[in-house]
Design a protein around this ligand. Structure first.
Ligand code: DQA
Length: 151
C-alpha cells in the first residue's frame, strides 16, 4: 500500500470558517472525504497533517522522505508559499514528488505577494484555484507519475 500525504500549512485549520468568500465553506473533513473518494483505497492511503509552524512542516516533509512509503506529497503551504525558502529547501532535499496546491487562484488575488511562490520551482507542478478540488487534482497527478513532465 502506497501513501499520499496531504500537508496543510498555517491557518488552513480554519478552512470552512475562514474568509469563506475566498476559500469557500468546505472544511478539511469534506476535503479529505472528497480526496479519498477519488483515490483507489486498495492502492493508496491518504495521510493528513496540518501545522501553523514552519519548522514543524519541514520536519514532516523530512519524515515523509524517510518512511519509504510516501508516493507523493500534496502541499498547501498557505502563506509560507510566498515567504519560505526553508520549506523550498526541504522539498528540494527529498526525492518524493511534491505538488503545490492552493484553494484560491493565487494569481488572481489582489495582493502582489501572492503571485510569487518560493516553492513552485522545486515542486512537480502547481494547482491553484479549484477550491478543495485542487487537492483531488494533485492526487490524480501523483497517482500518474508516468504522465509527469520531465525536468
Ligand atoms: C492559500 C493561498 C495563500 O496565499 C494563503 O496565504 C493561504 C491559502 C490557498 O489555499 O488559496 O493561506 O494557500
Amino acid at each position: 500500500m502506497k501513501k499520499l500525504l496531504i500537508i496543510d500549512g498555517p491557518n488552513l485549520n480554519l478552512l470552512g470558517k475562514r474568509q469563506p468568500h475566498i476559500y469557500g465553506t468546505d472544511n478539511t473533513q469534506t476535503m479529505l472525504h472528497t480526496v479519498r473518494q477519488a483515490v483507489p483505497a486498495e492502492q493508496y492511503s491518504i495521510d493528513y497533517f496540518q501545522s501553523n509552524h514552519e519548522g514543524t512542516i519541514i520536519d514532516r516533509i523530512h519524515a515523509a522522505a524517510d518512511d519509504h512509503e510516501t508516493a507523493g506529497i500534496i502541499l498547501n503551504a498557505g502563506a509560507y508559499t510566498h515567504t519560505s525558502l526553508a520549506i523550498a529547501d526541504a522539498i528540494a532535499a527529498i526525492d518524493v514528488p511534491v505538488v503545490e496546491v492552493h484553494i484560491s487562484n493565487v494569481h488572481a488575488r489582489s495582493e502582489q505577494i501572492r503571485h510569487t511562490s518560493l516553492i513552485a520551482p522545486v515542486c512537480r507542478g502547481t494547482i491553484t484555484g479549484f477550491g478543495i478540488d485542487s487537492y483531488v487534482l494533485a492526487a490524480i497527478a501523483l497517482m500518474r507519475p508516468e504522465k509527469q513532465a520531465r525536468r
